[in-house]
Design a protein around this ligand. Structure first.
Ligand SMILES: Nc1ncnc2c1ncn2[C@@H]1O[C@H](COP(=O)(O)OP(=O)(O)O)[C@@H](O)[C@H]1O
Ligand SMILES: [Mg+2]
Length: 327
């Protein structure tokens, strides 16, 4: 994670940008210069408020959306340069699990057919029987009773539907999975079951996750490393423990202080209130994106983008205050 880390990242994102062109010529900087390394068997959490670019980042990394610029290395190879055929081949290794399993599952297909879908597309097995056999085994793997094999997704509750989505994502033996708010649409009691399932699968199958969520308590539960995003940019990245114990960026501190604590008398930190709304990153000007909402904002913050500062090994913060503390 730090400069001393000699492992090869499974996925390395270099200065990745996705700017959407809007009507009238304006540009929306949904992802604006993200750098990130994801090592094998790591779970990297990506957190930030709705609209900060998490889903766009995830989709751009696996090329469901083409980026405006930047690089994505997978095992050291730039996947953005791959031809259509090579990309289709690689697609098996890169999967995504969506927030709302319902909208991503074909309502006319039964559970078994949905799980078998990608295996048919990629001709993974020679016969239909082999394919359905493997689909049934995937149901076992994700804890879905086989009696649901012929049910339709709309007949299942949210947790079971998400298990179908997970089984389908696992069907091509992926190595890297983007989980895009996989539990946000579920009841809290079911959230824990699905998170535990994802963690068990990670261990059992040696998976690597990029785990996207707006929920800080979920990300703490599951991540080894966390990246905090604000309006298309990374404001802070650190190991999960370090981020929760020693947050540095004013935005991270505000996000953390907003996590509900059951008994307020046990709360040892002050509330930091996030004022104002997240604006849209349209035709952005230089300067810290968080400046307008930041209690520590100075004139310098609005002049140029803050440079990332490594405050301790692997803990990187993009805030002018860090630079000042170092000098
Ligand atoms: N296809 C698109 N065209 C234009 N703007 C988009 C498109 N997709 C997303 N956006 C905008 O990009 C920003 C980031 O969106 P998104 O990645 O969905 O954020 P998040 O997942 O963090 O909620 C938002 O301002 C959103 O409105
Ligand atoms: Mg999203």
């Amino acid at each position: 994670m730090s400069a001393l880390d000699t492992r090869t990242p499974l996925v390395e994102v270099i200065d990745l940008r996705k700017h959407f062109k809007l009507k009238g010529g304006a540009k929306l900087h949904a992802v604006d210069g993200i750098n990130l390394r994801v090592y094998p068997k790591e779970t990297v959490g990506v957190v930030g408020e709705s609209g900060c670019g998490k889903s766009t980042l995830g989709r751009t990394i696996i090329r469901l959306i083409e980026p405006t610029s930047g690089k994505v290395l997978y095992n050291g190879n730039d996947i953005l340069k791959l031809s259509g055929r090579k990309m289709r081949e690689l697609r098996k290794e890169l999967q995504i699990i969506f927030q709302d399993p319902y909208s991503s599952l074909d309502p006319r297909k039964s559970v078994l057919e949905v799980i078998a879908e990608y295996m048919f597309i990629h001709h993974l097995y020679r016969t239909r029987a082999e394919t359905y056999n493997r689909a049934a085994k995937l149901m076992d793997l994700v804890g879905l009773a086989r009696r649901y094999a012929n049910a339709y997704p709309h007949e299942l509750d949210g947790g079971r539907r998400q298990r179908v989505g997970i089984a389908r994502a696992l069907s091509l033996n992926p190595k890297f999975i983007i989980c895009d708010e996989p539990v946000s649409a579920l009841d809290v009691s079911i959230q824990a079951q699905i998170l535990n399932l994802l963690m068990d699968l990670e261990e059992e199958l040696g998976l690597t996750y990029l785990f996207i969520t707006h929920d800080m308590s979920v990300v703490k539960h599951i991540s080894t490393k966390i990246m905090v995003m604000y309006l298309g940019q990374c404001v802070e990245v650190a190991t999960s423990d370090e981020l929760f114990e020693n947050p540095q960026h004013p935005y991270t501190k505000a996000l953390l202080s907003a996590i509900p604590v059951p008994d307020l008398s046990t709360r040892d930190k002050e509330f930091v209130i996030l004022r104002g709304e997240v604006s849209n990153p349209i035709n952005v000007k230089p300067g810290c994106r968080f400046a307008k909402r930041c209690d520590y904002c100075t004139e310098a913050c609005t002049k140029a983008d803050p440079e990332p500062v490594e405050v301790s090994p692997g803990h990187v913060v993009s805030c002018i205050l860090m630079k000042q503390q170092q000098n």
